[in-house]
Design a protein around this ligand. Structure first.
Ligand SMILES: Nc1ncnc2c1ncn2[C@@H]1O[C@H](COP(=O)(O)OP(=O)(O)OP(=O)(O)O)[C@@H](O)[C@H]1O
Ligand SMILES: NC(=O)c1ccc[n+]([C@@H]2O[C@H](COP(=O)(O)O)[C@@H](O)[C@H]2O)c1
Length: 299
């Protein structure tokens, strides 16, 4: 069921004292273009330079290959109730994202909306952005002061998109909503092929833009956490202010016994002793219309 505005929820729930960040939304410079806001959803535990680089890659691609103009970029850290291994509490994850945004000195904004409440499916998160930007703010301005509706689009790595073909992780109606109504820019990620990621999503091909990584870089939060637990340096993999924050707060020193025994696979992902035999848990609650927490697909 959708709301009158075509959203997948009837009403949005805001965390206490929540204000939508919009101070870095930009004016549309070229009135012939369609304004677009990019939203990257994820754990960001911790945020790395690769998360920040995704936006640079997407902006270059968009400028050279499309009729869009980027007027806003957001990180949307997931709720603690996503319960993924290594998911530090939202307070620290949001703080680190804010430090990274300050450090970058650019237009990146951090939206804590999903972080500080019950788990919200990605389809609802995109609806929230659409509602805040197009309904509450009335869109963005052109240089002539005219108001324009903004197109909200998802920005994701190819590993995330490949899960869209895994049975049980995303509902068909959510995919229809995310890929049909909004659309996605996909950043190539080592170990997760682009074609393989989108083979089953052909129906929405017109709204799926694939961006190759011209400089291969497979930094992941998992690797960073593993380095930290082993007492290895993570400087220059993430902004200095985030490294300092991790040190000052003693973060990622100890995780569960399973995680402590982790080793790096060739894809740079953590393999836990128990996970090789554990069945892949789907995400039943995330697919329901309730606000219960899902079971993370990587658990
Ligand atoms: N090296 C990378 N190349 C391309 N996309 C990336 C890269 N690192 C993260 N992403 C993308 O960033 C988004 C947020 O990812 P997430 O926070 O889960 O990071 P992660 O590094 O994959 O975390 P973890 O290692 O804990 O699974 C996802 O869409 C993911 O695909
Ligand atoms: N059904 C869904 O809406 C759904 C399924 C899987 C992941 N996700 C989102 O993808 C993001 C990244 O997930 P991972 O950190 O597990 O790669 C998270 O923001 C999560 O909420 C959404």
């Amino acid at each position: 069921m959708t709301s009158p505005a075509g959203y997948v929820t009837e009403a949005f729930t805001n965390p206490p004292n929540y204000n939508f960040p919009h101070d870095r939304l930009e004016t549309l410079r070229d009135a012939s273009k369609t304004p677009v806001v990019l939203v990257a959803c994820g754990s960001f535990s911790p945020v790395t330079y690769l998360h920040l680089r995704m936006f640079e890659m997407a902006k270059d691609y968009i400028r050279h290959n499309t009729e869009f103009e980027v007027v806003g970029i957001y990180l949307s850290p997931v709720s603690d109730m996503y319960k993924k291994p290594g998911l530090l509490n939202a307070h620290h994850r949001v703080n680190m994202c804010n430090l990274a945004a300050q450090d970058s000195g650019g237009s990146l904004m951090i939206d804590p909306w999903e972080a500080f409440q019950a788990y919200q499916r990605t389809a609802i998160v995109l609806d929230h952005f659409d509602y805040e930007i197009n309904t509450v703010l009335g869109g963005i301005s052109t240089q002539d002061g005219e108001h324009r509706k903004v197109r909200v689009m998802l920005l994701a790595g190819s590993d995330l998109i490949s899960t869209m073909s895994e049975p049980g992780v995303w509902s068909y109606s959510d995919l229809e909503h995310i890929l049909g109504r909004y659309g996605v820019f996909i950043i190539e990620r080592a170990g997760s092929g682009m074609d393989q990621a989108t083979d089953n999503l052909a129906k929405w091909r017109h709204n799926i833009y694939m961006i190759s990584q011209l400089i291969q870089n497979d930094v992941s939060s998992t690797k960073v956490r593993l380095f930290l637990r082993r007492g290895l340096s993570v400087r220059y993999l993430l902004p200095n202010s985030v490294v300092d924050y991790i040190e000052e707060n003693g973060l990622y020193q100890d995780e569960s016994a399973a995680n402590a025994n982790a080793s790096l696979s060739e894809k740079g992902k953590e393999k836990e002793a128990s996970s090789s035999t554990a069945p892949l848990k789907k995400e039943p609650a995330a697919l329901s219309t309730s606000r219960e927490s899902p079971t993370c697909r990587k658990c």
